[in-house]
Design a binder for this molecule. Structure first.
Ligand SMILES: [Zn+2]
Length: 341
């Protein structure tokens, strides 16, 4: 059983989860309406782990936190777990406003840069072709608007410099070692922070209670084995991090029960993989044909359909790359999968 030692705080309220470790819940303008960010106290300042989205409201919340909650110590550094806008959104603002460095992995920092500038007509055509092959006919104008402004408008301009985090690197914070552990699947090279001496584990979106992190394929890397990378990361976490840690995710509540949660996430994906194999046994199916087997609710709006297609493709890629599905492209340009019996 997972256990949850803290109640849900209101947005903007600071919770002390351990000595020198603060948890702050920031609002998000999405269905997933909040993100957890954390502050770690070092002897000469505070380290921010994830920033929230790059909007005015979130800046104002941070100004209040810095004014009222950090005692006499300044902010000294920002660590960004991954390139998604709710995590990296204010990294550039922190860098300029407080004159502090930003640390991230190479994979995440460069992906953020590419996502900000990859808005050419050729990119749109590639994206449209990707979703068309999945069986999804998306409205071209909406896609253009989404791609020209979708990612970049949720970020303040990225910092011009960053410092690179690498898996296995130890950061000394207030005399304790915090190990950088990276994982793929949800993002490229998501950076988690593990403090062995204090049994504390900051995981961002890699392991979340109650919801399964989004594992998706995108047009720029259509053959990626995102689910394989994710499942490998879950197994690696059990080998590297003990079950006794307090897990501090970016969404929902901090919890105990890391190993159980990684196993139930594996099971969740396993059930979906088997459902896809069953569904593609009697007839070849496109990604869109597989929606009802993967999701219990109807997938209707534009964003949900895109996300759903990305998720299904992560699962079919996993099976296709392991020889469990074959793939054929129809005269309509749609890719369909069939189970290898
Ligand atoms: Zn994320």
């Amino acid at each position: 059983m997972l256990s949850f030692p803290f109640a849900r705080p209101e947005p903007g309220i600071v919770t002390r989860v351990a000595d020198g470790l603060l948890w702050l819940r920031l609002a998000l303008p999405f269905t997933l309406d909040h993100i957890n960010v954390y502050l770690i106290e070092d002897d000469d300042g505070w380290i921010v782990y994830d920033t929230g989205i790059g909007d005015e409201e979130t800046k104002q919340v941070w100004e209040g936190i810095v004014r009222d909650h950090l005692g006499d110590k300044p902010l000294k550094r920002v660590i960004v777990s991954h390139y998604h806008p709710d995590h990296i959104g204010l990294a550039g603002w922190f860098n300029r406003r407080f004159d502090i460095p930003v640390a991230a992995t190479l994979g995440e920092f460069l992906t953020a840069q590419v996502a900000c500038f990859d808005t050419t007509a050729e990119t749109f055509a590639n994206v449209q072709a990707f979703y068309r092959a999945a069986g999804l006919d998306l409205d071209g104008d909406q896609m253009t608007i989404e791609y020209t402004s979708g990612y970049r408008k949720r970020l303040t301009p990225l910092p011009l410099r960053y410092s690179r985090l690498i898996d296995g690197m130890q950061l000394t914070i207030d005399g304790d070692d915090w190990e950088v552990i990276t994982g793929g699947g949800h993002s490229i090279e998501l950076a988690m922070l593990y403090c062995r001496a204090r049994d504390l584990f900051l995981v961002a979106d890699q392991v979340i209670a109650k919801i399964s992190p989004n594992i998706s394929i995108f047009a720029g890397n259509p053959e990626e084995d995102a689910l394989g990378l994710y499942l490998a990361s879950l197994a690696a976490l059990r080998a590297r991090v003990p079950d006794s840690v307090l897990v501090m995710p970016a969404h929902n509540l901090p919890f105990y029960g890391l190993h159980e949660r990684t196993r139930s996430l594996e099971q969740h994906h396993d059930i979906r993989l088997n459902a896809l194999l069953d569904h593609c046994r009697d007839a070849p199916r496109s990604a869109v044909d597989c929606f009802p087997k993967m999701f219990s609710r109807p997938i209707t709006n534009y964003h949900d359909r895109r996300f759903a297609a990305g998720e299904v493709i992560a699962h079919v890629n996993y099976l296709y790359l392991r020889g469990r599905l074959t793939r054929e492209t129809g005269t309509d340009g749609v890719e369909r999968y069939r189970t290898v019996s």
